[in-house]
Design a binder for this molecule. Structure first.
Ligand SMILES: Cc1cc2nc3c(=O)[nH]c(=O)nc-3n(C[C@H](O)[C@H](O)[C@H](O)COP(=O)(O)OP(=O)(O)OC[C@H]3O[C@@H](n4cnc5c(N)ncnc54)[C@H](O)[C@@H]3O)c2cc1C
Length: 397
């Protein structure tokens, strides 16, 4: 979609072309031309004194009857023979939404060589039906094939809600699914609910985490949302009943322009940040990349992963994959140790679900202490080496 030109009114004066921040407007002999770079920002509309430009109307009403869509679906992320924990979390959240709507809860599982036991496990987490698309071309994840398969299946079965994990896989291909279905997508939700009128209430932080925005998708279906791992709690119940439907899709769905030649497992142990039971995170208080060895030693001793604040990442002391927080990873380990981290709200949203939080900071008024289970007011360069030594001694003793 792009801005619309009324050729009768356009004088080709060029003002809009100069004003367009996207450089999307070119002047031609017989009028102006708007390219696909148009972002519909509307600046050209405001600058045109002849009223020759307008924006297409969007969100003016449902393209089809939303009530013809029924059911809540969860994308079950399956990789290397395992379902990602976020899919269990989402099924448990989806179970509540489906019960409120009085509809079926479905899971969609894509891959190659999928055993029925994988699908049965999804039933234990609340799915009443598991759609399995099992095809050799799905052995390795590719955005194109995975999104085509889901678009095709959703088109056939028409669920009203579609949820997926905001994992690297989900972030990569779920927007493509939403675009393919011509519907909206709310990324990184922290809360989901159903309104009285049946709309999915999709709540997520906005404006730098300073407000929580609740978003609805009134006119298009399905209503799509992604949720970060560890935000929802998984509930597994024995004895739940459900059915498994193996689905055949047309060959077209498995065609892709990208081939995966080799998958190289990530060696970096901190890549497992979201699954770690113990995380020791460092902030700007560490003063240098070298000093992060204090954090690494402690993490290693506790068999944990190393996290970092954005402050430390911005200083270049840690790679962005270690960042915890709103624009990093959301974690909820059993133990989170925050060292030299002030506790900005953008950091807190990524770790406050941790079971026990220990904060080490020399400033007693640092906001990190507001969420800490145990607070240590100390100079980290004195405390951390002593604390590490003490743990070592106790282990040896
Ligand atoms: C849109 C947006 C998204 C963001 N996303 C994230 C995010 O995902 N994650 C994130 O972390 N931040 C994020 N931020 C940045 C965030 O607002 C903070 O700037 C950042 O978290 C600060 O990092 P810090 O706590 O390490 O540094 P600082 O705020 O500088 O805090 C350093 C702390 O170390 C303490 N200290 C200093 N020396 C010592 C010592 N010797 N011993 C003990 N304590 C000491 C100080 O008292 C201080 O409290 C985001 C910001 C924006 C605007």
């Amino acid at each position: 979609m792009k801005a619309i030109v009324d050729k009768q009114r356009c004088t080709v004066c060029g003002v809009c072309s100069e004003a367009c921040p996207m450089g999307a407007i070119s002047l031609r002999e017989n009028g102006i031309e708007i390219s696909d770079d148009c972002s519909l920002c509307g600046i050209c509309v405001d600058t045109c004194e002849f009223g020759a430009l307008s924006l297409p109307e969007v969100g003016q009403g449902p393209s089809e009857d939303p009530s013809s869509y029924r059911g809540v679906w969860v994308y079950a992320e399956w990789r290397e023979g395992k379902v990602h924990a976020v899919s269990h979390e989402l099924l448990s959240a989806g179970r509540i939404l489906a019960d409120k709507r009085g509809v079926e809860l479905g899971a969609v599982l894509l891959g190659s060589g999928i055993d029925d036991r994988v699908a049965e496990e999804l039933i234990a987490y609340g799915a009443e039906v598991v759609y399995v698309i099992d095809h050799p071309e799905l052995a390795h994840f590719t955005d194109e094939r995975y999104s085509k398969c889901i678009v095709e299946l959703v088109g056939r079965k028409r669920p009203e809600i579609f949820l997926a994990g905001a994992t690297s896989m989900g972030r990569s291909f779920i927007p493509r699914v939403a675009a393919g279905l011509r519907t909206g997508l709310t990324a990184d939700c922290t809360e989901l609910d159903i309104a009285d009128d049946g709309h999915l209430l999709q709540t997520r932080p906005a404006f730098g985490g300073n407000v929580m925005a609740t978003i609805i998708c009134p006119n298009r279906r399905p209503q799509m949302a992604t949720v970060r791992p560890k935000v929802m709690k998984p509930v597994r119940l024995q004895g739940r009943k459900g059915r498994i439907e193996r689905v055949d899709l047309p060959a077209e769905c498995f065609k892709a322009r990208v081939e995966v030649l080799e998958v190289i497992a990530e060696q970096d142990r901190t890549a497992k940040l979201t699954e770690a039971d113990v995380i020791v995170s460092g902030g700007r208080g560490l003063r240098s990349a070298e000093n992060f060895s204090l954090i690494e030693n402690l993490a290693q001793l506790m068999n944990g992963a190393v996290g970092a604040s954005r402050g430390a990442v911005e200083e270049g002391w840690m790679a962005p994959s270690h960042q915890v927080g709103q624009t990093g990873r959301t974690v909820a380990p059993t133990l989170y140790v925050a060292v030299g981290i002030s506790g900005a709200v953008q950091h807190l949203v990524g770790m406050q679900g941790s079971e026990v939080i220990v904060a080490v900071n020399k400033d007693p008024s640092a906001p990190i202490f507001d969420v800490a289970t145990y607070g240590v007011v100390a100079d980290l360069f004195e405390f951390i080496p002593e604390f590490t030594k003490r743990i070592k001694r106790e282990r040896e003793g």
